[in-house]
Design a protein around this ligand. Structure first.
Ligand code: NAD
Length: 493
């Protein structure tokens, strides 16, 4: 049994209250995690506040060095992190090894490097003045992350904050706390000063809410569900606190009549079922030109049936369990609702049979393909966040765009077409943060990431993340007043 403790001011702190840690692939408790509240949040925020002055004056090179040292340390324990991530989430171990953990390492490295180039901007105002725009850190940043990509998104939040000289109070999801805890131990080992990175565990409405509403926390970066984002925005708005919200999606994948189906079908299947559909960027709505409807439905079902469903800890497993019993039950009831709405489940919809003994009480659900519902169905409007795709036909380009935009969400979209001019027309017409053309989930650290409508507020990634974690302070110095002569007042305009 493992015990996951809070990291406050460089020390692991004994806990008073606990939550179970459950392995979703087996349904068994395998550890416990500190259930923190206001007192722990206050202690961590005090530690972060005390450490802020010294960390902001630590040279950027030294901050960058420590972040690379942390990345090295995680990399040297790739296998331990991989297994921990797979056990906590139910995701296939191969996915954790090739995507989650390497990407967590890469997040630390990219921000460690890019901050070295992120300096002061200088603008000359004719021959009258010089403006220097400095980017000091905000101070203490609260970082709240979800369970679907635990280390990947935890590092995505903390890396730009630490690199730019902020101290951090971070809270991973209570469902998947282990890799963040392991990261905290390594941060202490590689020499992060006490108080610079504090990691708190527990329930969102208890410790998470205490972090985001504390006035000593200058900015909040959140990734999670839209309803939680709304609650957090209400807590931070009154304090005029910088707030970045990365929230849910109901992303359309659009296959036009001129698409290369041999590429579009497998990519759409990956977009629907990767990580058991538990990625905010998954394509839950598949819009298909009516001419290709039958072929695409058949192709998606074939791809779904070929996925190797099994013990996530076994090499070769391609599709694991959902993250929790409650989430599996929710997704399952949403698929049942699709039937009651008049949809047809053409593949999946059930708990899989034939799983290994170890997994018989796990929270598995088959990859599921639904047809026959239009955009009025709740199935096509609410985020499911599971391995469920609903396929709908369209007749024209205009109708496809209208259906894509008929959503409260706007996180990402994928379009498949062989016609460049169509891509150039359709991509900017979709109300969303990212459009992939003939691909899905190709990510570049430099591009802004985020959503519109109920999917998000603000952008993270690249320079946007560095700017979010900093203020902009302009120092405008006259070049017309002789040095030392401050008696002549303002330069005439
Ligand atoms: P969630 O909103 O339930 O929880 C996310 C985090 O917020 C957790 O750490 C939770 O403890 C915390 N939290 C909950 N209530 C809080 C409160 N009142 N104050 C402060 N913190 C609180 O989301 P989840 O179920 O963990 O994740 C799934 C959701 O995340 C999906 O909607 C998915 O689309 C979204 N997501 C979005 C992105 C993105 O980049 N846009 C990425 C991954 C996941």
């Amino acid at each position: 049994m493992i015990e996951v403790l809070n990291l406050i001011n460089g020390h692991e702190i004994p806990a008073n209250n606990w939550l179970d840690i459950i392995e979703p692939a087996t349904g068994q408790v395998y550890g416990r995690v500190a259930a923190s509240g206001k007192a722990e949040a206050s202690g961590a925020i005090m530690a972060a506040t005390d450490a802020a002055e010294s960390w902001r004056h630590t040279s950027v090179k030294e901050r960058s060095r420590l972040m690379h040292a942390l990345a090295d340390a995680i990399e040297s324990k790739l296998e331990e992190f991989t297994i921990a991530e797979s056990m906590d989430t139910g995701k296939p171990v191969d996915l954790a090894r090739t995507v989650d953990i390497p990407r967590g390492v890469a997040n630390l490295r990219w921000f460690a490097d890019s901050v070295l180039e992120f300096g002061t901007d200088r603008y000359e105002t004719g021959n009258r003045a010089v403006n220097e725009v400095q980017h000091p850190p905000v101070g203490v940043i609260g970082a709240i992350s979800p369970w679907n990509l635990p280390l990947y998104l935890f590092t995505w939040k903390i890396a730009p904050a630490l690199a730019t000289g902020n101290t951090v109070v971070a809270k991973p999801s209570e469902l998947t706390p282990v890799t963040a805890w392991m990261l905290g131990q390594l941060a202490t080992e590689v020499g992060f000063p006490p108080g610079v990175l504090n990691i708190l565990h527990g329930l969102g409405h208890e410790v998470g809410s205490a972090i985001v509403s504390d006035p000593r926390v200058g900015a909040v970066t959140f990734t999670g569900g839209t309803q939680t984002g709304r609650t957090i925005a209400q807590a931070t708005a009154g304090q005029f606190k910088k707030t970045s919200l990365e929230m849910g999606g109901k992303n359309p994948t659009i296959i036009f009549e001129d698409a290369d189906l041999a590429h579009a079908i497998p990519t759409a299947a990956t977009a629907a079922f990767a990580n058991q559909g538990e990625i905010c960027l998954c394509g839950e709505r598949l819009l298909v030109h009516e001419r290709h409807l039958d072929e695409v439905v058949e192709g998606l079902c074939e791809k779904a049936s070929q996925l190797v469903i099994g013990d996530p800890l076994e090499r070769g497993t391609q599709f694991g369990s959902l993250v929790s019993e409650a989430h599996r039950d929710r997704v399952e009831s949403m698929t049942q609702r699709a039937s009651s709405e008049g949809g047809t489940i053409v593949h999946g919809g059930k708990r899989p049979e034939g799983l290994p003994d170890r997994c018989r009480d796990g929270f598995f659900l088959e990859p599921t393909v639904i047809t026959g519902l239009d955009m009025t169905a709740a199935t096509n409007r609410e985020e499911i966040f599971g391995p469920v795709v609903s396929i709908m036909p369209f007749k024209s380009e205009a109708e496809a765009v209208e259906m894509a935009n008929d959503s409260d969400y706007g996180l990402s979209a994928s379009i498949f077409t062989g016609d460049e001019s169509r891509a150039a027309r359709v991509a900017p017409a979709i109300e969303t943060g990212t459009v992939w053309v003939n691909c899905w989930l190709v990510r570049d650290f430099r591009v802004p990431f985020g959503g519109v409508k109920n999917s998000g507020l603000g952008r993270e990634g690249g320079q946007d993340a560095l700017r979010f974690c900093t203020e902009a302070r302009t120092i405008c110095t006259s070049t017309q007043v002789a040095s030392g002569d401050i008696t002549r007042g303002a330069v005439p305009s």
